[in-house]
Design a protein around this ligand. Structure first.
Ligand code: PEP
Ligand code: MG
Length: 568
């Protein structure tokens, strides 16, 4: 068995097609006819852009807008004057097109891959993908026709690039195994959108297999088997049937309310990162948006987003959600989320530093632009404002004051907005847990961000592998924090939601039900799974389980007890 990263769920069994890296070496030459060389280069770019646009259109129709945008991004990137202009000047100076392309792409690749931010590092792999595509055009190299592979194929390759993924015919490819890539890589996003089981980052896998070998891809566990023996194959054929049956069972929950086994109504919302994701939330039957991360407006940009740009983005999400609640989190930048044009000072402890609401309240012009855009957009649906990284009451009061000032201005200007737009707290620090009783008097709602709450409660840097064993929402300290936050909210009559990853964890859900969580905000693809799990538990059963595990001392005991009680 080979262990990799579980990047796209499900079990695929099939016959391997290896995608071997092509030899892209070339001899760097000096050219004298620079005009002809520039024409050759331009033709390669034009062909690439034309093909990419065509494929992106297919992807938009057959897969989705977010996936198409990844490809369009490639075409836009290579035409960016910063890149293509630099390449053309190098050709003018006598370099061949292959050299100019390689030097400039490698330079940008190095720059992006050195950045701390995951999104920026993703750009580095996009650049590498574009470089290879254009180099193949210049060298006249033909790719394996992924679109023509036979039904029942498992693709094995070094890296599954977006340009390769876009050629996949979903009916023919039953699994994917790669040597590189992580859960948030574009190839993983595309594999999930196509619902093809994928295991990524299996070291050296391409050289370990032959074409036509049999492979099992367990994209849920992150396991891959090559030429498995009869017993393993039989076991996985059964597992695959069970998985397919489960998926069919989930379909029963489409269009249904989220009800506990007692018939009590709860809500499953979605986490989104762009207005386009709101469409996915609707398609996946989300009952609202529990976390709209607004960082994309600031990160995918070359300037501070204007009020109008932001207003359009929030309005689009609200209109797509057709009146359902959209909780818009004000921007959580600074710290690890660097923005190139914003010139943040380097900090020794960025996670404990000048970020999120702290940065925003010190830069009120920027913050007021965002709040005004949200309040204006509230006229187009049910918008709520959520404040990240709250640590004291004063921060919430200041945000509320800014919102009131903005409302007054809009009234004077005769601009429509929702008078009842709520302001809530994102509960993700140990301080907010301790003063949850005080915050509940100030805020209209709570949303628990367990991703950070776990880190800040346990004092653990989530990127540090040596202390990763402490980074668990099942630690008694984190469970007690979650319970306390919900109870303090209830005592003041405000609702509590959760938008951290724990809200979708099948083991955590019965505990959250017992604690009284009202709204579970999850990745859109997990809406039905969460609804299905909730339907299996009565409040009395959830309470009995919670009482038992809260009396336990360790994460290990708690997880074992929850596993034993799980209703799959
Ligand atoms: C969280 O901290 O749980 C959360 C949802 O916010 P983010 O992951 O964006 O920090
Ligand atoms: Mg957070």
């Amino acid at each position: 068995m080979y262990k990799g990263i579980a990047a796209s769920r499900g079990i695929g069994i099939g016959s391997i097609c290896r995608i071997v890296e092509q030899d892209l070496s070339f001899e760097a030459k000096l050219v004298s006819d620079t005009a002809a060389e520039k024409d050759r280069f331009q033709k390669a770019i034009d062909d690439f852009v034309e093909e990419t646009f065509a494929v992106a259109e297919d992807v938009r129709k057959n897969i989705g807008p977010q996936e198409a945008d990844i490809l369009m991004g490639h075409a836009v990137m290579i035409q960016d004057p910063a890149m293509s202009g630099e390449m053309l000047s190098m050709i003018d100076a006598g370099q061949c097109a292959e050299s100019a392309l390689t030097s400039v792409c490698d330079m940008f690749h190095g720059m992006f891959s050195a950045m701390d931010d995951e999104m920026m590092r993703q750009r580095a792999s996009d650049i590498a993908d574009v470089k290879v595509c254009i180099l193949k055009k210049l060298l006249g190299i033909q790719d394996v026709e992924i679109s023509n592979v036979a039904p029942g194929t498992v693709l094995v390759c070094k890296d599954l690039t977006p340009s390769m993924t876009s050629q996949i015919v979903k009916e023919n490819v039953t699994g994917i195994i790669t040597e590189t890539g992580g859960v948030t890589s574009h190839s993983a996003i595309l594999a999930r959108a196509l619902e093809i089981p994928a295991v990524l980052s299996v070291p050296g896998i391409v050289d370990l297999v032959e074409d036509k070998d049999t492979a099992i891809v367990d994209g849920t566990a992150g396991d891959a088997f090559i030429n498995p023996d009869g017993d393993v194959l039989a076991q996985y054929l059964i597992k695959r049937e069970e998985y397919i049956k489960k998926q069919a069972e989930l379909k029963k929950f489409i269009g249904k309310e989220t009800l506990t086994a007692d018939g009590d109504k709860l809500e499953i919302f979605c986490n989104i990162g762009t207005p386009k994701d709101a469409k996915k939330a609707m398609e996946c039957d989300g009952e609202g948006v529990g976390l709209f991360r607004t960082e994309f407006l600031f990160m995918d940009n070359t300037h501070l987003p204007t009020e109008e740009e932001q207003f359009e983005a929030y309005k689009e999400a609200l209109q797509t959600m057709e009146g359902k609640t959209v909780i818009i989190r004000t921007v959580d930048i600074g710290g690890d989320k660097d923005i190139p044009y914003m010139d943040f000072e380097k900090e020794d402890n960025p996670f404990l530093g000048f970020r999120a609401v702290r940065y925003c309240l010190a830069n009120t012009d920027m913050y007021k632009t965002q709040l005004r855009a949200i309040v204006r957009a509230s006229a187009f649906g049910t918008a709520k404002i959520m404040v990240p990284l709250v640590t004291n009451v004063e921060e919430v009061r200041q945000v509320k004051k800014l919102v009131e000032d903005i409302k007054n201005d809009l009234r004077k200007e005769g601009i429509a907005f929702d008078e009842g737009v709520e302001v809530g707290c994102m509960m993700e620090t140990a301080a907010s847990t301790m003063i949850a009783d005080l915050l509940a008097k100030e805020a209209d709602f709570f949303s628990i961000g367990t991703n950070d709450l776990t880190g800040y409660t346990m004092g653990v840097d989530r990127g540090n592998a040596k202390v990763a064993y402490l980074y668990s929402a099942f630690e008694p300290a984190v469970l007690r924090s979650i319970k306390r936050i919900i109870e303090c909210g209830k005592a003041e009559g405000i609702p509590a939601g959760m938008c951290g990853e724990a809200a979708a964890d099948p083991l955590m859900i019965p505990l959250l039900m017992s604690f009284g969580l009202d709204e579970y905000s999850v990745n859109p693809v997990l809406v039905l799974t969460a609804r299905c799990i909730i339907s299996k538990w009565t409040k009395a059963e959830a309470d009995a389980l919670a009482e038992k595990v809260l009396a336990m001392d360790t994460q290990e005991e708690i997880v074992a007890a929850l596993r034993a009680a799980a209703k799959e």
